[in-house]
Design a protein around this ligand. Sequence first.
Ligand code: ACO
Length: 336
Amino acid sequence: MAIEILSTGKYVPANRVTNDDLSKTMDTNDEWIRSHTGIGARHLANDEEATSDLAYKAAMDAIERFAPGKAAQTIQTIDLVVVGTSSPDYYGFPSVACIVQDKLGLTQAGAFDVVAACSGFVYALDAAGGMLTGNRKRALVIGADVLSRITDWTDRSTCVLFGDGAGAVLLERTDAPASGEGKRGIISSILGSQGSGAQELICLRGGTRHPFKAGETIDKPIHLYMNGRAVYTFAVKAFTDTIEALLEKEGLTLDQVKKIIPHQANMRIIQAAAKRLSIPEDKFFMNIEEYANTSNATIPLALDDYNRTGELKRGDVIMTVGFGGGLTFAGNLIVW
Ligand code: ACO
């Protein structure tokens, strides 16, 4: 039994905001943002769009790509909806996954969200794959965020980094082998956490620890706080350790891996990881220039963009690798 990705899909909002656009309203510039991060633009949700809207559109894209013109039939074969997100439509509940399930018109599916910040999609893939047992055969796994709603737009050191988007995959338990000759699908995953670093990347206000109180004057909406330097250091180590651990677990070398699909947080993190691993930077598939950091969405967005290049062939070994608030880190080794 293998857990295979059947198709990929994505959605980004139409509103494309370049670095030059940002420099008109804040003290920043294209040269600083590009040289420090590799970001050239981001897509931002409009006032009517919430995370579930993006998630639903990415899901429909994956469903349409799987069986063009047969979305209605495909939808009814989905047993599980799992969404990785850090910016749900509503505080606590309902989950984004339930809203997507309803929008799809699914009546017989379980649905829940995974909260692991930017590692969320990798966690969600592993969780969904592990749950495809018995009568549950097919899952929709989505990474979606509208981080622009929880970004402090007066803080130039964080707001230039983020964008909004969603990516999705259809996952299925198939009869292909999961080990040995001709193995396919999600072969192995690593999930890690380091809660001692919780304060380095955090939404401080609005939860049960520091709730907003009636009558309180609020000068800023809920927003994320990030210690950029600390996160950078954690990220480079998390990337390299996760990649090396996945290789060791499966007895592979990096030569045997066609592409690594990393969380797109900063081009410089990738450059540092590539240097540590002594591999060329183009071993990593990058699209940060166009979308910036879309948190849970970066990995499925990148996987979809890479899939659309046509380079990804059956039997290719690829990896996902992510890190994020929590702190968390995670990776999947996949044979396409
Ligand atoms: N435009 C122009 N100048 C800026 C900007 C900006 N947007 N932002 C900061 N600067 C200035 C600073 O004020 C500072 O100026 P000073 O030296 O006069 O004080 C200078 O640039 C350097 O600032 P640093 O913060 O030291 O810049 P650094 O090189 O460390 O890069 C960055 C900052 C890009 C945030 C880096 O630390 C980083 O990428 N960290 C990791 C972030 C990350 O991966 N986040 C992922 C989060 S995942 C999740 O779960 C959401």
